[in-house]
Design a protein around this ligand. Structure first.
Ligand SMILES: [Zn+2]
Length: 183
């Protein structure tokens, strides 16, 4: 029960109510906080005002505590995350953000960059919506990091294909991707 409900119950007990008044229903609503929805709404205030207009019951000694009807705090504007209108990165390539590897390529449809996320298990990339706006040049993987990956995993970080040649392994990128992405 909320404060509004408590006040209404108090008034139901302490006032002489007209015969038509549905005390049972009012009690039920008050107990279940239904007068308080929305809290301090005009409906609850109206009920309280009307109950207060009825004469006090004779012999009712407990002074009803005056519980003010809670006024709802103004709602704070919903938190929204705004994304930059243009990517902060300057070139396609390999990036790492929050432990995930992303490949940034041209999006032929929009003519802008698009980020694709690497699944380390399947070595496949899938388009990662919105990530492009979170990546900055600071997230770019340098060549030595990509090389270390190649020597360790023996597959191209760009496309997931196995790297057979030593020079490719030392670069971490296969010859096709090296051509394509300029590594
Ligand atoms: Zn590749």
């Amino acid at each position: 029960m909320n404060a509004t409900g408590a006040r209404i119950l108090e008034l139901l007990d302490s006032r002489v109510l007209p015969a038509w008044y549905n005390v049972r229903e009012a009690r039920f609503y008050a107990c279940h906080g239904m007068f308080g929805f929305p809290p301090g709404g005009s409906f609850a205030a109206k009920i309280i005002k009307r109950l207060e207009s009825y004469p006090a019951r004779a012999g009712y000694t407990v002074s009803a505590p005056v519980i003010p009807v809670a006024v709802p705090a103004p709602k704070a504007p919903e938190a929204r995350t705004y994304t930059a209108t243009a990517p902060a990165i300057q070139a396609r390539g390999m990036y790492r953000l929050n432990g995930e590897i992303y490949k940034v390529v041209d999006n032929p449809r929009t003519g802008r960059f698009a980020a694709h996320k690497l699944d380390m298990e399947t070595r496949k990339y899938t388009y990662a919506k919105g990530i492009i706006y979170k990546l900055t040049e600071a997230h770019r993987l340098d060549t030595s990091t990509i090389a270390a990956h190649g020597l360790d995993q023996l597959w191209c970080l760009c496309c997931g294909r196995a790297l057979d040649r030593k020079d490719s392994q030392e670069r971490g990128i296969g010859p096709i991707c090296a051509d394509k992405y300029g590594f």
